[in-house]
Design a protein around this ligand. Sequence first.
Ligand SMILES: Nc1ncnc2c1ncn2[C@@H]1O[C@H](COP(=O)(O)OP(=O)(O)OP(=O)(O)O)[C@@H](O)[C@H]1O
Length: 403
Amino acid sequence: MSLIEVNNLYKIFGPHPAERALPMLKEGKGKKEILKKTGCTVGINNASFTVEEGEIFVVMGLSGSGKSTVIRCLNRLIEPTSGEVKIDGEDIVGMSKDRLRHVRRKKLGMVFQRFGLLPHRSVIDNVAFGLEIQKVPREERYQSALQAIETVGLKGYEYQMTDELSGGMQQRVGLARALANDPKILLMDEAFSALDPLIRVQLQDELLELQASMHKTIVFITHDLDEALKLGGRIAIMKDGAVVQIGTPEDILSNPADDYVAAFVENVDRSKVLTASSIMRPTDVIYDTAGPHQCARRMRQIGSSTMVVVNRDRHFLGYVKIDDVIHLCKKVPSAEDDRDKWNLRAIIQEDMRTADVDDLIADMLGDASAQSLPIAVIEKNKHFKGIVTRAAILGAIGGESET
Ligand SMILES: Nc1ncnc2c1ncn2[C@@H]1O[C@H](COP(=O)(O)OP(=O)(O)OP(=O)(O)O)[C@@H](O)[C@H]1O
């Protein structure tokens, strides 16, 4: 089950939207015509998407495309005109006020662009504010607040007044306040947009780092494509209230759904968002306990002149070349028992480059050692996943293809 599920969501602002404007919108009438004939503004037009537990889901679009309206429908700060919004399986659209308050407190945290802090209160009292409203005893709420403050890197600033802090630090307080409740879901509306570019990049990096340990589910709104590509596991692109495409950064760059998305991503440097996992292919491997004859046979079978060697746990160890294998074969009598004494460990080369599954790999093009050999793609624990060739990298970033 998805943690957030939005089905056929509509929001129209203005007088009696459900009576005239909604049917017109469903008939396919445009935003301008509806405004002219009914005085109503279309905010969201039939949006459907799901957000999975633990992902960063970015909603991106130009100003006025409906991003803020969508995120505010997720916690019902805005009442949808029609449609379904399920949080953890519960439809919040028809939910009672009491239940909604409970869901907001326990499951949803929100971080705004303008930090929304209480200026004359200390950092800790701002962070603990939500818990204070919930009448959580002082000691308990301070404990949760201190932990959240430490998480966002503000330890030592607990008793500073928030209006004495820089913009970047205030935004950390905003984030800590949302985290203090330990919500499952963080809703972040243009959270970094008001910050200086350098601070903004720093907070993006920190958010990714935090996410690696916190595993929250994050809905992040931005109008900035670079930010969307950097943070988003998946990105929904909005235009005139409608979701025009949902996909991973690679999907969106490689297969834009329409001319609008294509124009949006036209000038993106693809090499910046290319990940090893998107262009690697699984490949045959040989275990380090194998003997040279066995390896030579396998290489002949698959017609390859290099072969990746892994250990029993599929940890990447290195590679062997056919010439070295044959050389070793000549020394070793062909017998199955060559294994123990003459296994491949003797000739494993260790300088084949490796890249994490999610590493950016374009810089490898510039490295001479990557030119002829493929790159081994590994997980953080060294578990071998597959290989990436130089031709695959060039193909993916639109350069000339080589074989
Ligand atoms: N309270 C409101 N009353 C009337 N129209 C509204 C209201 N809030 C939003 N709208 C309209 O709904 C549409 C979507 O607005 P929304 O603020 O969701 O867009 P956005 O993509 O978040 O833009 P921005 O980045 O500028 O905030 C716009 O046409 C906007 O004018």
